[in-house]
Design a binder for this molecule. Structure first.
Ligand code: G4P
Ligand code: NA
Ligand code: NA
Length: 191
């Protein structure tokens, strides 16, 4: 998506360890108009999938997920992160390991907020190693609902998340695909 690529070129910076810092429009300060446009693009890409609910994980997935829900006119639910969890009878849970931060978090969604027969669209800000999306897939599976798509704002195509998701056969879309962050330079996948 050209608008997003231009924004990344203009405002993104590359940090050591192949991390793309985009905290002035996505991860800290949020650009609402851009998020609304991203939501419209996800709506277009997933219009034939019969989506009834958006699922994301706090915190940075929430802004693009909410705007996608607004565009598609469906409810949005975000998984919460916990250090530990007790009293989980009312929750669907999964464990998410972050390679970047080298910590495991439990994530959970209240059973009231994923319903039988839902067709879920998972939205997240970054797809890197795919651990967050994997956790959301586990939650969807525990809830016995269909995941009809995964939409990510920025995919780091050189990390293993995309390949992992393609093996599942799920419809995956990324609005910007980054081939490389080597030499402090952002190179997009050519299409
Ligand atoms: P994964 O979910 O794809 O496996 O991501 P990974 O464990 O590699 O990364 C952990 C966190 O770092 C995730 O956010 C992920 O979105 C984010 N991340 C990964 N690569 C980049 C990057 O190049 N730039 C930025 N800005 N973030 C990146 P999180 O811990 O779930 O945090 P948040 O959603 O609360 O922000
Ligand atoms: Na995230
Ligand atoms: Na993040």
């Amino acid at each position: 998506m050209k608008l997003l690529e231009d924004m990344i070129r203009k405002n993104g910076t590359v940090l050591p360890g192949e991390v793309l810092k985009v905290d002035n429009f996505l991860n800290h300060q949020v650009d609402p108009k851009l998020m609304y446009e991203l939501g419209g693009e996800f709506k277009r890409l997933f219009k034939d999938e019969g989506i009834t609910r958006i699922l994301t994980v706090e915190s940075s997935g929430i802004a693009p997920a909410v705007m996608t829900g607004l565009q598609m006119d469906v409810p949005v639910v975000f998984a919460r992160k916990h250090k530990s969890l007790t009293l989980i009878d009312n929750l669907y849970t999964a464990t998410v390991y972050s390679y970047t931060k080298q910590v495991s978090n439990k994530i959970s969604v209240d059973k009231r907020f994923i319903l039988p027969n839902d067709r879920v669209l998972i939205i997240d800000d970054f797809l890197a190693n795919g651990q967050a999306v994997q956790g959301l897939l586990e939650i969807a599976s525990a809830a016995k609902v269909e995941v009809a798509g995964v939409g990510v704002v920025i995919e780091k195509s050189f990390q293993k998340g995309r390949k992992m998701l393609e093996k599942t056969g799920i419809h995956v879309e990324a609005l910007a695909r980054i081939a490389s962050l080597a030499n402090n330079e952002v190179t997009f996948v050519q299409d």
